[in-house]
Design a protein around this ligand. Structure first.
Ligand code: MRU
Length: 342
């Protein structure tokens, strides 16, 4: 199945907290359950949480007892605020909510018609995500050569989107095209999206890979073992600065030092032209237990002070190109992102 789908008033998603040990599906029957699933990372990855937010609004529309269009819009507004507050960094979440809410205001429909429209719009967002990722995968795969070893951080595969993936989608597509590639998979502490999810996905697709500790990435780069780095993004500012899973910045700096091209892959819905630079991107701070515990087992002294930013910002000077569904964007990013987003 896809990472997330909605049928007959039920939103089903793959439980990403349980993989790779268990493959379980979580069913959400109200928008509160969707909001909870985004917050506790049952579903995660920028485009996937965008689709989840849209499906959350669809459930809110179905739950609402409103008999007038105005009352339904008010109920949607309440749900929208709760969904918006779930995670702050990935802009796809806000993008999807804005898209549904803004267009809902302009639909000349009664309550029942508007309810159907919200459900249909959420389905369109999910469907478009798959098409966009397919285009991005082709654009990114063209940058990968036969024989390349690619370093990858976090999880950007089918699970991080509705299907196909962003950076990992490009890598899987290059493999599908018959290119002989190898992937170095950063484990991605603290939540281990690389070890748990990316390794699992690449093994499903039969892509040759090696799982490495995050701290080993620099060693492989300095030894000349890495030809390219591919990562995703949770938000790109108008100047091309990229917010992505914490640790991305370190990978980019070491890649730059060693002359290794560094590509960030994202749909245009991840590009936030309202923010001038990456320092304006809100960075989520998550629970200390993600650092002090592994699978519920404490690994640090009780009461230790912890910092747990979930994302970091990579300045545009370390980025070779941004890969989108509309094409590959190269520096100067300010100028070229404006053209791409027109
Ligand atoms: O905290 P997560 O697991 O939601 O973070 C996900 C990432 O940082 C991904 O790399 C990002 O969403 C871009 S690829 C879809």
């Amino acid at each position: 199945m896809r990472t997330i789908e909605m049928n007959n008033g039920v939103v089903k998603m793959i439980d990403q907290r349980k993989l790779p040990r268990q493959f379980e599906i979580v069913e959400c029957r109200d928008y509160g359950a969707v909001a909870h699933a985004i917050k506790d990372m049952t579903i995660r990855g920028a485009p996937a949480i965008g689709a989840a937010a849209a499906f959350g609004l669809a459930l809110a529309a179905l739950e609402s007892k409103a008999t007038t269009r105005e009352a339904l819009l008010r109920d949607l507004d309440v749900a929208e605020k709760i969904l918006r507050a779930t995670r702050p960094t990935a802009v796809n979440l806000m993008w999807a909510l804005d898209r549904v809410m803004k267009q809902a205001q302009t639909q000349n429909l009664d309550a029942s018609g508007l309810r159907d429209w919200v459900v249909a719009e959420a389905q369109r967002i999910a469907e478009e995500d798959v098409q966009i990722n397919t285009a991005m995968a082709k654009n990114g795969a063209a940058l990968i050569n036969d024989g390349d070893t690619i370093l990858h951080h976090c999880n950007t595969g089918p699970l991080a989107t509705v299907d196909i993936g962003t950076a990992l989608g490009c890598i899987i597509e290059a493999h599908r095209q018959g290119k002989k590639i190898h992937v170095l998979v950063d484990e991605t502490r603290p939540r281990l999206q690389g070890a748990r999810l990316t390794a699992w996905e690449l093994m499903q697709y039969g892509v040759p890979m090696t799982l490495i500790a995050d701290n080993a990435a620099g060693h492989y780069m300095r030894k000349g073992k890495v030809q390219k780095c591919f990562v995703g993004s949770d938000r790109v500012a108008a100047n091309g600065d990229v917010a992505n899973k914490v640790g991305t910045y370190k990978v980019a700096v070491v890649a730059h030092e060693n002359g290794i091209p560094f590509y960030a892959v994202m749909p245009t819905s991840t590009i936030d032209m309202t923010l001038a630079h990456g320092d304006d991107i809100p960075i989520e701070e998550r629970d200390a237990r993600e650092v002090t515990h592994i699978d519920g087992v404490p690994i640090a002294p009780e009461g230790v002070h912890v910092g747990n930013p979930a994302f970091d910002v990579t300045p545009n000077k370390y980025i070779t190109a941004l890969v989108t569904e509309r094409g590959v964007v190269r520096p100067p990013f300010g100028e070229n992102l404006l053209k791409t987003m027109k």
